[in-house]
Ligand binder design. Structure first.
Ligand SMILES: [Zn+2]
Length: 323
C-alpha cells in the first residue's frame, strides 16, 4: 500500500504530534562537558576560537563544575595544561599535577558529579606528541608505561573514570592492569577507541597548547578513510578491558558510530570536537545559520547514529535549555 492510503505527513501536522512520534531525544544525562584547567588562581580565560569556552584555574574550575552540575550535566572530562613541559611529560603523572589537583578539588566540593580525566601525554610533553619520542618516532611501549602511570595518578587523585586518548597499542590493557594492581578495580575506562587524525582538532590545540612541534599524529591516530579498522580498534579495546568506547570526532564519523552500535553492547561515546563546535559558532556569528538549532541538530544526529554519551562544549548550555 502506498499513496494515497499512506500519507506520512499525517503525523507531522502539529508540534504535539511531532513530539509524540519523535524517535530520538537529547537528554541532559547524555552530556559530558570538557573542561580545561590551567595554573594560577582566579583565572577564567576565554578561548578565542571556541566561543563560550574558557580555561580555568583550579579554584575557578570548581565553581564551573558546580554550575554545570547544577544545570544537570552529570559528568565533566578534565584536560590539564601544566606550567612546565618536558620530553617525558613528567607533569602527566605528578601527584601534585594540574589535573590531579583539579580532580581533588572538584571531588571534595561537588558531590555527585562524575569526574572523568583525559589520559594522555601531549599536554605535558615539550614536543607535543602523545607518547615518548625517539628521534622522529613515537615509540609505543615506553609511551604505554607513562600513560598507565598517568591513569593511576588520576585514580589516586579521585577520578571516577579515566579516558586514554593517545591511541598507542595496548594502553587499555596496561591501564586496567595497573589500576587493578593498586586497588582501583572499580574505576572504569572510557577508551578513545576510534580516534582519527582529524583536521577538526585545531581549536582544541590552541586551548590545550598541545600542537605537535614536529610532524603530525598520523602514525598513531587513525587514517580517516578506514572503517573496518575502526571496528578492529574498538574490539581490541573491549578485549583489553574498556568499559565504554568512544568515536572521535563525531559528525564526520557517524557511520563508524552506527557500525559500533550494531556491533557492540557496551555504552558508546562520541566526541563532538572543537572544530565541529567552532564551525557552527563561526557560521552563526556571520548570520549564515541559526547556531542554536544547528548545534542541537548536530548533537541529536550523534545520538541517532548510536551514541549514548556526547562529549560537547555545548553541554551546559544545552542542559540548561533541556531543563
Ligand atoms: Zn594526546
Amino acid at each position: 500500500m502506498s499513496y494515497p492510503v499512506q500519507r506520512l505527513r499525517r503525523l507531522r501536522g502539529s508540534d504535539t504530534l511531532r513530539r509524540m512520534v519523535r524517535e530520538t531525544r537529547l537528554h541532559r544525562d547524555d552530556l559530558i562537558l570538557p573542561l580545561f584547567v590551567v595554573e594560577g588562581s582566579g583565572v577564567r580565560e576565554p578561548v578565542a576560537s571556541m566561543p563560550g569556552v574558557s580555561r580555568f584555574s583550579v579554584d575557578q574550575v570548581v565553581d564551573e563544575a558546580k554550575r554545570v552540575y547544577d544545570v544537570g550535566v552529570p559528568a565533566v572530562i578534565l584536560f590539564g595544561i601544566p606550567e612546565a613541559k618536558d620530553a617525558r611529560g613528567t607533569g602527566a603523572d605528578a601527584a601534585d599535577g594540574i589535573v590531579q589537583r583539579a580532580v581533588g578539588a572538584i571531588k571534595s566540593e561537588v558531590e555527585g558529579l562524575c569526574v572523568i580525566t583525559d589520559v594522555c601525554l601531549c599536554e605535558y610533553t615539550d614536543h607535543g606528541h602523545c607518547g615518548i619520542v625517539e628521534g622522529e618516532r613515537i615509540v609505543n611501549d615506553p609511551s604505554v608505561q607513562r600513560i598507565a602511570s598517568s591513569a593511576l595518578s588520576h585514580a589516586r587523585a579521585g577520578a571516577d573514570m579515566v579516558a586514554p586518548s593517545d591511541m598507542m597499542d595496548g594502553r587499555v590493557a596496561a591501564i586496567r592492569e595497573v589500576l587493578d594492581g593498586h586497588d582501583f578495580s572499580d574505576v572504569p575506562i572510557l577508551a578513545y577507541a576510534a580516534k582519527f587524525a582529524s583536521a577538526y582538532y585545531g581549536p582544541f590545540r590552541d586551548a590545550a597548547e598541545s600542537t605537535p612541534q614536529f610532524g603530525d599524529r598520523r602514525a598513531y591516530q587513525m587514517d580517516p578513510p578506514n572503517r573496518r579498522e575502526a571496528l578492529r580498534e574498538m574490539r581490541l579495546d573491549l578485549e583489553e578491558g574498556a568499559d565504554v568506547l568512544m568515536v572521535k570526532p563525531a559528525l564526520p564519523y557517524l557511520d563508524i558510530l552506527a557500525d559500533a552500535r550494531r556491533e557492540f553492547d557496551v555504552p558508546l561515546a562520541a566526541y563532538h570536537v572543537s572544530g565541529e563546535y567552532a564551525m557552527i559558532h563561526a557560521a552563526a556569528e556571520r548570520g549564515w545559520i541559526d547556531g542554536e538549532r544547528a548545534m542541537e541538530e548536530a548533537l541529536v544526529s550523534i545520538k541517532r547514529a548510536g551514541a549514548d554519551w556526547i562529549l560537547t562544549y555545548a553541554a551546559a548550555d544545552l542542559a540548561a535549555k533541556l531543563g
